[in-house]
Ligand binder design. Structure first.
Ligand SMILES: Cc1cc2nc3c(=O)[nH]c(=O)nc-3n(C[C@H](O)[C@H](O)[C@H](O)COP(=O)(O)OP(=O)(O)OC[C@H]3O[C@@H](n4cnc5c(N)ncnc54)[C@H](O)[C@@H]3O)c2cc1C
Length: 499
């Protein structure tokens, strides 16, 4: 858990938004008339939260507080309780010409689950039903990681899920979905068997291999907020076998420990799932001090896990004041490695790594981390170990194209609400420089780590699958009702010419 998620007065929106194509607040002229909102209240009594309601702020505030003062605020939020509520709201939006957007967990990095019109918040649709005869689970369109965890724990099953409890499963699965199970069972989207989608017209469709297969293909990594509002997900589950969980930090011999961890990660067994994190701590007498952490799980005993990681322990004694390595039932283990995912001010940029980083790549990473221009915030280089079963799937078999990589690397800066614009701007410059240097060793970017600083996002997120996603968009959302700063466009040529 980061320690800088305290809220405060945000003064850095100008620095944060500088140079970005942000929606203007003038877009608020799209806000619906009061009479239209009154009619929405009559249509869905008790389910509409307006600007004067006590809970309004909690339902419109984005997880990434950096966007809170930048993105438009909704005229109202519909707290949908059923597919019918979603369909009725979409029909109302079509009739009244109101912009709408879906919101599930609200954890979009780019603050995209907002609009000057009406937010359709599906988070009350959080049920999880399990069928013991088929080992398939049906998740409500608003289920969060916490709902998935607590319900699957009861039946001893698992899926690929995230580790932050408040993240919405909808956003996670629609953009791919990485978790510690990825090397065993693939990305979350690989477990998606079918989904219910409400289209802009209010029509409810089933996307499955035998019905609207293109829409199912697009739902597997094509990104949230593009084609319709998903109100349920039917997913394959797996046996939740006991694991060893670990959270180990090294403060000594960091360069060599990091080198070993990366070499190991590249060829790790499929039972191994982890994130490697380099953190910088400012040192007034010179370059920042670094620590490297390994957080994750192994399907095996503690002795087997120790044996795997022994070379790293031989390189340096881990920090004894922090961390653990212990056997646990699957879901008890998840409680050790999960966190809530509280709101924060941050920016992150990612790149997929297909080949070895080599000495050069590792040098670039360590140098940038040591030269982080320190202020009160936080800087991390995070590397999610992927590959394994996720790479058994062809890049065009689902919309999730990134199927040749063993690592997803990301640079992350976070700051406090009261930090100065110049501190934030300095951090963001460092982020861009580091990302540009890192990008030489990889390609693409993770569509779930939405990056409004990425100009070439369509190629970076979707690669060779972008054209087919545009075709799906034309078929299922021909009026482009579902759109945001990086949504799938209707016309490739117009899109290329405007970028
Ligand atoms: C703290 C934190 C931890 C994270 N951990 C992980 C992780 O472990 N693994 C990983 O892969 N990713 C992770 N992510 C990234 C996460 O998967 C994305 O940010 C995801 O989009 C969040 O989904 P959400 O439903 O919470 O967000 P929202 O902001 O509600 O939605 C994200 C996008 O999807 C759209 N959307 C939401 N619900 C629906 C719906 N029902 N139908 C159609 N569109 C919809 C929204 O309009 C928006 O465009 C993390 C993010 C955060 C902030």
């Amino acid at each position: 858990m980061r320690d800088i998620s305290r809220r405060g007065f945000f003064r850095g929106s100008a620095a944060f938004g500088a140079g970005l194509a942000l929606p203007s607040l003038a877009a608020c002229s799209n806000a619906p008339a009061a009479a239209a909102i009154d009619s929405l209240h009559s249509l869905l009594p008790g389910r509409v939260v307006g600007r004067s309601d006590r809970d309004y702020t909690s339902f419109v505030t984005p997880w990434n507080l950096a966007w809170d003062k930048v993105r438009p605020k909704a005229a109202a939020i519909v707290r949908a309780t059923s597919t019918d509520d979603v369909a009725a709201t979409l029909r109302w939006a079509e009739k009244t010409g109101t912009p709408i957007v879906a919101r599930s967990g609200g954890h979009s990095y780019a603050g995209y689950s907002t609009t000057p019109g009406v937010v359709i918040d599906v988070s009350r649709m959080s049920g999880v039903e399990f069928s013991p005869s088929t080992n398939v689970a049906t998740l409500g369109g608003g289920a969060r990681n916490i709902n998935v965890s607590s319900e699957l724990e009861k039946v001893g099953r698992t899926v690929t899920h995230g580790r932050c409890y408040q993240v919405g499963y909808a956003g996670l699965v629609l953009g791919g979905g990485i978790g510690f199970n990825v090397r065993r069972f693939g990305f979350a989207c690989d477990q998606l068997l079918e989904t219910t989608v409400v289209l802009a017209s209010g029509e409810v469709v089933r996307a499955a291999p035998d019905e609207n297969p293109d829409l199912l293909w697009a739902a597997k990594g094509g990104g949230g907020g593009n084609f319709g509002i998903h109100t349920s997900f039917v997913v394959q589950t797996y046996d939740a076998a006991p694991i060893t969980v670990f959270d180990v930090v090294w403060k000594e011999n960091v360069d060599e420990v990091t080198r070993w961890l990366l070499d190991f990660a590249r060829n790790a067994p499929r039972e191994f799932g982890a994130k490697i994190t380099l953190r910088a701590t400012p040192d007034p007498s010179g370059p920042a001090r670094l620590s490297v952490g390994l957080l994750g799980q192994f399907v095996g005993t503690a002795d087997e896990t120790m044996a795997l990681l022994d070379p790293a322990f031989a390189l340096a004694e881990p920090d004894r004041s922090y961390g653990f390595l212990r056997e646990a039932s699957y879901w008890d283990g998840q409680k050790k490695v999960s966190d809530k995912g509280d709101p924060e001010w941050s920016a992150e940029r990612s790149v997929f790594i297909d080949n070895s980083l080599g000495d050069d790549g590792l040098g670039v990473i360590l140098d940038h981390m040591r030269n982080w221009p320190p202020h009160q915030g936080l800087a991390q280089w995070k590397a999610f170990v992927i590959g394994g079963a996720a790479n058994d799937v062809r890049p065009d078999a689902t919309a999730f194209v990134h199927r040749r990589s063993w690592l997803l690397a990301a640079v992350d800066v976070a700051w406090h609400g009261g930090d100065s614009e110049s501190d934030i701007a300095t951090s963001l410059r460092w982020l861009d420089e580091f990302h540009a240097a890192l990008a030489q060793y990889g390609s693409g970017a993770y569509q779930n780590f939405l990056d409004p600083r990425e100009k070439n996002w369509a190629q970076a997120y979707y690669g060779e699958n972008f054209g087919r996603l545009v075709a799906v968009k034309q078929q299922y959302d021909p009026r482009n009702v579902f759109h945001n700063g990086q949504s799938i466009p209707l016309d490739v040529m117009a899109f290329v010419n405007s970028n």
